[in-house]
Every structure is written in C-alpha cells, then in structure tokens.
Design a protein around this ligand. Structure first.
Ligand SMILES: C[S@@+](CC[C@H](N)C(=O)[O-])C[C@H]1O[C@@H](n2cnc3c(N)ncnc32)[C@H](O)[C@@H]1O
Length: 416
C-alpha cells in the first residue's frame, strides 16, 4: 500500500474515534466519513507500520444509516466525527464503544452497561465554544492540523453564541487577539466573551460595540484575567440550584445533559442523609451542591482556585449549610477528608495513582465515578476492583455528533 494510492474497500466497522475501518491483507485502514457496510473508493493519506489512514473519494454503496451532514465545514472541521450518522445509530455506536472498552480493559460484562441516556438536543447544545484567530479570520482548526477554517456559525453551538459569532465577524478588530471563548447560560441567557490577547486592545470600542449584545467581556493576558465590561461571570441554573461560572471555571458544556448526568449521580449515590460525601474534582461545586440535600456533609476538592471561589459563592447563594471546599490536588486528599461516599469527576486523564491508593485505603462504601473518557475509566476501575464491585455503568450522551461519551459508574465496596 502506497501513499496517495486509490483503492476500493469495504467498511467493516467503526473504530473508537468514529472512523470507518477497512482491511487490506490484515492491515487496518482508518477512514473518516465512512460507515459500516459501505463500499467506498479511498485515497491513502498515511501509511504506518501497523495501520494506514485514508480519505473517502467516492461512495459506491451507502449505509442505510447515513444522513446528509448538515454542516458545510464537516469534512474539514475537527469538531464533529459522526454528523453523517443518524442519531439512533450514534447512540448504538456509543453503547457498543463503552461495552467494548469496558470488556477489553476492565473485564466488565455487557449486562453491567445500562441503556445510554440520549441528549435532549442533537444540535445547538454547546454552551461554550473556543474560536481560533489567524490571519484576521475567526474559526476552528482543520482536523488534526492548526490550519484555520473560517466559520460563520457552528451547528453544535447555542443560537446565542452563533449570534455573537456573526456580530464579532462584522465588528471585532482581531489585531492582538489569539483566541475567543464564548460562553452562554442556557437558562439565564447571560453571555460571556473571553478574549485571549497578545497585547492591549481598544476596550472602549468593545464596550461601545457590545454593551447591548454580550453580558460580560473579559481579557486574558500573561496568565491574568481583566474585566472589560459587565460582572465578569455568568449564572446557570441546574434543577433548583443557581451556579456562578467565572471565565476560568469548568462547567459541563451541555446544560440539559448536565441535569441528566447529575440526576444519575444522585440515583447511584443513593444517600440516606447520614453520609459524608467527598466530591473530588468538584469544579464550581456543581455535583456536591446537587447532592447536598441528601447528605449529612459534603466536602469538595478542586485544584483551580477560581472554581473554588465560585463554589463558595454557590453554596452561599443557594443557602447550603453542609458543604465546604478545599483548594488542592485530589492526589493530596488525606484521611481527614475521608467520605462514606466518594464522587469523582476527573479530567480525561482519569485518576492519579495517589487517588486510587487513597480510595483503596479509606474504603468509602460507594464510589460514583463520572468520566468523559471510557479508556481511563476502565483503567481506573480495574485498579479499584481489588476492593470494589463494578455494579453498573450508564453512558450519557453529552456530545451528540461527536465520538465522545460520558459515563456514570457505581462501584460498591465488596464484603470480602
Ligand atoms: C471534568 S471537570 C468536573 C467538574 C465538576 N465536577 C462539574 O461537573 O462541573 C474536572 C475538574 O477537575 C479539576 N482538576 C483537574 N486536575 C485536578 C486535580 N489534580 N485535583 C483536583 N481537581 C483537579 C479541574 O479544574 C475541573 O474543575
């Protein structure tokens, strides 16, 4: 097989990144925008020792599950991997992906994986977008490169964010701006623009142009945020709780999805009001606050000091009396912060070995593990299975049209 060679192949299945897989003489070829059972002509775009990659030139036989991608940037943009697959089959794909990864890396049986919770919205669900700026243009990076594709709007972004994109394309002077982060609250519709800048920009013009259009604007330079306009934060409401979100604080990007996710955490934690809950990687205190009414006490641990400050304001605004937060790394948790039930929601990299050790030593009766990467989740639950039974895993589709899937897992301390 040679680079640039054009060949006809049959697509056998989808890999865990949403690419079609064909095989020639046993060598797998990974092909973006190809679906199982399709017959396609491809061009080989890279050849490695153990695999090759290709791009679709022509589809001879289409899958019955294929739909017309609605986005003009789909083939180039790195954002959506599954826009060409109908939503029912995206959900089936994500279920299968979680089952395969759990089976392969943690020997979890299929019956432990519960039905995936779908997203309420397939489009316009993102409350945050990060736009790159290059050569006086705004857009996303082309798949696997840092070449910019200019965009007018994004089908995954909330309509309010698309309105802002169209405004700033007309009026924002992009000189000295490297990146633009836009956030919106799905419930209060407050908006925030964070401009990552290389040098000073004309703040008076920003205020003049956007006072009626954006709730708050903040700049970021030399690792420092500066308020240009508005309150410097937005508020989001999940269930009965109101959360303050600062520019640098993590918040789930699919707001309605976050409610489903946290409801599943409440169900799996199954608290009786006597427990101390440790919320590791607590961000702005979102999950801890959500479960606080069912617990005796909540202790949150979070490394980002701005998120911890938000968490303290969030407990005060929501009049929650039984939650406190510590600003430090989860790996430095000590036995004084031990929980009867521990909720963990780490970044994609999963739990560090110190946190696994802490959990195995402190033996909470339950661990509820929220994860955005099934591979690191499987690695970690395999390490915890010395003392914990993997009871059930519910995948949650927080990211329609992409290959990503969130999971909530319940681990119970075993009786041996
Ligand atoms: C996936 S977010 C979850 C936040 C929160 N549970 C939520 O649902 O909004 C992961 C959080 O872990 C924090 N984090 C990253 N590394 C950490 C560490 N070593 N110790 C504690 N927190 C960490 C990040 O700042 C982020 O707020």
């Amino acid at each position: 097989m040679k680079l640039g060679e054009e060949i006809d192949v049959f697509i056998e299945n989808l890999d865990h990144s949403g690419r079609g897989v064909a095989r020639i003489d046993g060598l797998p070829i990974f092909i973006f925008n190809a679906l199982p059972n399709e017959e396609v002509k491809i061009k080989i775009t890279s050849v490695k020792k153990k695999y090759a990659e290709g791009e679709v030139l022509k589809i001879y036989k289409k899958s019955k599950d294929r739909i017309e991608p609605i986005c003009p940037y789909f083939k180039e943009c790195g954002g959506c991997d599954l826009l060409h697959l109908n939503y029912d089959n995206q959900l089936k794909y994500k279920m299968k992906k979680v089952e395969e990864i759990m089976h392969k890396f943690a020997s979890v049986k299929e019956n432990k994986i519960k039905e995936i919770l779908p997203s309420e919205d397939n489009f316009n669900y993102r409350n945050k977008v990060t736009l790159k700026v290059k050569d006086n243009k705004i857009g996303y990076y082309k798949r696997k490169t840092n070449q910019l594709i200019e965009i007018d709007s994004c089908f995954l972004a909330h309509p309010k964010l698309n309105e802002i994109i169209s405004d700033i394309k007309e009026t924002l002077n992009l000189k000295n701006i490297e990146e633009i982060i836009l956030r919106v609250s799905e419930t209060t519709l407050e908006t925030m623009m964070i401009l990552k800048i290389k040098d000073k920009i004309d703040e008076r013009k920003l205020i003049r142009d956007y006072t009626d259009k954006i709730s708050t604007i903040v700049t970021y330079m030399d690792r420092k945020y500066d308020l240009v306009m508005g309150k410097g934060h937005i508020a989001e409401i999940l269930s009965k709780y109101r959360y303050k979100i600062s520019p640098e604080s993590f918040f789930q990007v699919n707001t309605k999805g976050a409610v489903k996710l946290y409801d599943k955490v409440v169900e799996y934690a199954d608290l009786d009001g006597t427990e101390t809950v440790l919320d590791l990687f607590c961000g702005t205190g979102t999950i801890g606050i959500y479960v606080s009414e069912f617990a005796k006490e909540v202790i949150g641990i979070e490394i980002n000091k701005y998120a911890v400050l938000d968490a303290y304001e969030n407990v005060s605004k929501n009049e929650i009396k039984n939650a406190s937060f510590l600003c430090k790394s989860a790996k430095d948790a000590t036995t004084t912060e031990k929980g009867d039930v521990v909720i963990v929601d780490p970044p994609r990299s999963g739990l560090e070995k110190e946190t696994i050790k802490f959990l195995l030593e402190t033996e909470p009766k339950k661990i509820v593990y929220v994860s955005c990467d099934p591979v690191t989740l499987a690695r970690d639950i395999k390490l915890l299975d010395k003392k914990y039974d993997i009871c059930k895993i519910t995948p949650v589709d927080m990211f329609p049209n992409t290959e990503h899937v969130e999971c909530v897992t319940l681990l119970n301390l075993n009786n041996n």
